[in-house]
Design a binder for this molecule. Sequence first.
Ligand code: BG6
Length: 255
Amino acid sequence: QTVKYTFGLEELEQRLAGYLSVPKVIVVAGDSDELPVVKKELGRAVVQQMKNRVRSGDVIAVAGGTTLASAAEMMVPDPRWQNTIFVPARGGLGEKVEIQANTISSAMAMKAQASYRLLHVPDQLSEDTRRSLMQEPGVQEVLDLLSTASIVVHGIGEAKTMAGRRTTSASLRSRLEEESAVAESFGYYVNQDGQVVHRENTVGLQWDELRRDQTVITVAGGSSKAKAIDAYMRYRPSSILITDEGAAKAILEQN
Ligand code: BG6
């Protein structure tokens, strides 16, 4: 069972929603940097919020990362998932298979007893290859589905951590540092003013395709992600932020 209603969390949720201008914020107790169980609670909260919003026939776009992997772990069958289709938000981003969007969205769908599609595109594409892959009927079908997604679920990474975790060239790493990248999401790296300093070359959902009528569920926790969450949330559309006490306090304290 969740320990969400410990004294003070609701106040943190309200203050953070005001500061970041997000319609809804959910804060789970603890700091996932320190306690792995907190990441499970983040995952549980993601599933709960998806369940609150989903309608029969919905397409759900799911990004990668360890936080979303824990959401997949927490997924259970429910009549509400009937007829839903889970689709990876982006193609490969140089991550380990276990935390790629393809793996996570298919794992979620299987646990939910829903259906899913895979996006068969390799990492590190040249621009020409990316363009021609997008013409492939199998890829095109998934991209068309993605454009109809009514729910998008994604994480936010700390820029340096993400560049280190992925197959990132030394020159790109130093450019990210020079340009003061602080956050990463969907393969986009941004500075603290929300400006894009680099975009990974893969197919899938692009930031400017996120629509106001979609439910965008953002999940990221741990005090080490405070700056990243701040930079992403203040400049990109999100309907719900799910975070933890460690990150929430650090964001409010640094301002
Ligand atoms: C990546 C996603 O796989 O995971 C990113 O593509 C996200 O959008 C990142 O920033 C977050 O990872 P984690 O492991 O910190 O949840």
